[in-house]
Structure formats: C-alpha cells, structure tokens
Write a protein that binds this ligand. Structure first.
Ligand code: TZP
Ligand code: MG
Length: 216
C-alpha cells in the first residue's frame, strides 16, 4: 500500500458524514445506509461524549458500521481511537490537537488516511509536515454537537490557507447545512463534513441529498 494521492483524497471529501450512536435521532445503521444511498463520499466513526458506547459495545457497533461502509465502498475513518482503527483495519483515522501528535499517529498507522483538525496557519503547516492527508477546519458556523468546540471562524482560515498557496485537501466542519454548504466550498474547501445535518434529521436520505447537491 502507499499513501493516498492528493487527487484521490480530494474526491473523498465532498460530503463527509461523521456520526456516533449518541448523535442519532433514528437507528444509526439505518441513518448510515440512507446517507450512503444519498451520496456521502466518506464516513467517520465518532463515538464520543455523553451517551456514547464504551468498551466492547463500542467495538461491536464500529464493526457493524464498518461492514456497511465496506459493502458500499465508502472509506471508514475512526475518530481519535488509533488502537480501534488498527484493530479493525479501518481506512484511516482523524485526530484533533488534543490527541497524540500527527507524527506519532502516522508512524502507528502506516499508509492509512490521516485527517487532522487545525485552527491556525501554524497548526496547518505542522499537520502537513507530520503527514496529514487532509485537514478539518472549523467550526465554520455555530455547532451544538461539539460542546468544547473552539470559537466560530467562518471560512477565514480556509481562505487564508488557500491564499498562501497551500494545496492540501480540506473539509470545513461545524454547523454546516444544505443552506450554507456552498459558501464553505466557495471559501476554498474541497468538501463539507457534517454530523447533525444528517444524523439528527427526520429524513436522513433527503437531508444528505440536499447537502450533496449544495456541496458539489
Ligand atoms: N469539530 C468541530 S465542530 C464539530 C466537530 C466534531 C461538530 C460538528 O457537528 P455539526 O452537527 O455538523 O455542527
Ligand atoms: Mg480528537
């Protein structure tokens, strides 16, 4: 295996769905299937925080969602939990600034996809040097999903990164809906990552479809 190419990575980002059981209004497996049918391009397993599954339950649940992703050829990325990603042979991991450094994680995961959340030009440059394949930048808009989210920054950092000529694939995150997704792409992102716009919807298929139209 070799590292994913920048072009291929970019193709996986237009509509990046992130979810854990704690985020779902309806049955999580059904929500994921509907989201896939509507055209999501990548999935992140983010089982975290209040009401999330732990231990064996978390692992079994992850396996179920991974099986769904495999069946539909949607990359399955694990948030934070490097050991779980390795144990399941996931397609990649996503880490934040409070997790182990990207450099150490890159050593542990080999050529798997590595995503890193960044909030400043310094963090962007460091993540790239340490081996990130894509960056998450946000919160672009107000979010209720992440209690400890940093302050809202609009598309400013995404625009600054692009103004500096930095080409790494980027997804915007935080409060993104079908109504504001186009502005994130216009700001220079390759895609949008969303939790609640799909996971808390009464109609996940319709909501994901509207996002797909807005983000492409
Ligand atoms: N990181 C920054 S904002 C956020 C994460 C995980 C939550 C995004 O959730 P939503 O529901 O799409 O606003
Ligand atoms: Mg994290």
């Amino acid at each position: 295996m070799s590292r994913i190419s920048t072009d291929r990575m970019r193709e996986l980002l237009p509509l990046y769905f992130i979810m854990g059981s704690q985020n779902c209004k309806l049955n999580p497996e059904e929500v994921l299937i509907k989201a896939i049918e509507a055209g999501i391009t990548q999935f992140q397993f983010r089982e975290k925080g209040e009401n999330s599954l732990k231990g064996r339950d978390k692992i079994e649940f992850a396996k179920k969602l991974q099986t769904i992703c495999k069946k539909h050829k949607i990359p399955f990325i694990v948030n934070d939990d490097i050991e779980l990603a390795i144990a399941l042979d996931a397609d990649g991991v996503h880490i934040g600034q409070d997790d182990e450094s990207a450099e150490i994680v890159r050593q542990k995961i080999g050529d798997k996809i590595l995503g890193v959340s960044t909030h400043s030009i310094e963090e962007v440059e460091k993540a790239i040097l340490e081996g990130a394949d894509y960056l998450g930048i946000g919160p672009v808009f107000h979010t209720k999903t992440k209690k400890d989210a940093k302050s809202v920054q609009g598309t400013e950092l995404i625009e600054r990164v692009r103004d500096k000529g930095i080409q790494i694939p980027i997804v915007g995150i935080g409060g993104i809906t079908a109504h504001n997704a186009a502005s994130v792409i216009k700001g220079g992102a390759d895609g949008v990552s969303v939790v609640s716009a799909i996971s808390m919807s009464d109609e996940p298929y319709e909501s994901a479809g509207e996002l797909r139209k807005a983000a492409f």
